[in-house]
Design a protein around this ligand. Structure first.
Ligand SMILES: [Zn+2]
Ligand SMILES: [Zn+2]
Length: 272
């Protein structure tokens, strides 16, 4: 069975926030307690991660996830990347420590990202990349950088993934289409470029996961109105709103959602 787990349903500050607490979220509703953005995908026996938030370790332990085949990055904002160190645990799993005749590079974990995002990872976390000279750090992740091209198919063990460009955030961000629309992940965004939109309108989208950082107008993020506008154009079967900020109370957002759209919560599972 193919499925998705929303590891973290919160925006950059999480909910509650350190500065302002619960915002407009009801503290009595456990669905309002949100860690930072992350999605786990099980598809055609592949196990994928979208982004690595600072809370990645807890998110993986809570959901009993101990193995990942590849990571796909949407962009390099802190809320999406600060858990990158914890990927070293995935290297241990791929790499049979007792094995002698393992294939060369058998322990590497592939991370896919746009060229600009990979360049930034290299600058900020160069020690995590397997193609960088080793540093004094003894236990470091061994991540193999793979550059994605927008619109160009990636094939991984029977799964087809197409990266797409999104805009409106201070930097271009990357969304991913799995198996021709079985699952579509929209990253932090405010507008969908024409080419991306045309592609999404051409395919049959089964489950669409997209951010709703704030219900109303927001500088770098799409509001509810913008999301609904694009949903109408893309016509997915089911939509999950994630990356929810402190303004987005679970029940209040649910009230605003038409049928087949619902807000996410941490550890929510969705069958594909
Ligand atoms: Zn974010
Ligand atoms: Zn962002």
């Amino acid at each position: 069975m193919n499925k998705v787990i929303i590891l973290g349903s919160g925006s950059a500050s999480g909910v509650p926030t350190i500065s302002d607490g619960w915002g407009q979220c009801n503290p009595q509703n456990p669905k309002n307690r949100r860690s930072r953005a992350g999605i786990y995908i099980e598809i055609n026996d592949n196990k994928f991660l979208i982004d690595t938030s600072a809370e990645l370790r807890n998110q993986l332990l809570i959901n009993d996830i101990h193995h990942i085949d590849a990571v796909f990055y949407t962009h390099t904002h802190a809320d999406h990347i600060m858990g990158i160190d914890d990927l070293r645990a995935m290297n241990y799993h791929i790499y049979d420590i007792s094995g002698i005749n393992k294939p060369k590079n058998a322990n590497l974990l592939d991370i896919y990202a746009a060229e600009t995002h990979l360049a930034e990872i290299r600058q900020r976390f160069n020690y995590v990349l397997a193609d960088e000279k080793s540093t004094e750090i003894t236990h470091r992740p061994q991540l193999m950088p793979k550059v994605i091209q927008y619109g160009k198919i990636i094939q991984i063990n029977g799964t087809e993934i197409i990266p797409l460009e999104f805009s409106g955030h201070p930097i271009p961000t990357t969304g991913y289409v799995f198996n021709n629309g079985e699952l579509v992940i929209i990253p932090d965004y405010k507008t969908i470029p024409q080419q991306t939109l045309e592609y999404l309108q051409k395919i049959n989208v089964n489950v669409l996961i997209m951010p709703l950082t704030a219900v109303h107008e927001c500088l770098y993020h799409a509001s509810m109105d913008i999301n609904l506008h694009y949903i109408k154009l893309i016509m997915p079967k089911k939509v999950i709103f994630t990356h929810l900020g402190p303004e987005c109370d679970y029940d209040a957002v649910k009230e605003l959602c038409p049928a087949d759209i619902e807000p996410a919560f941490d550890n929510m599972q969705i069958e594909l």
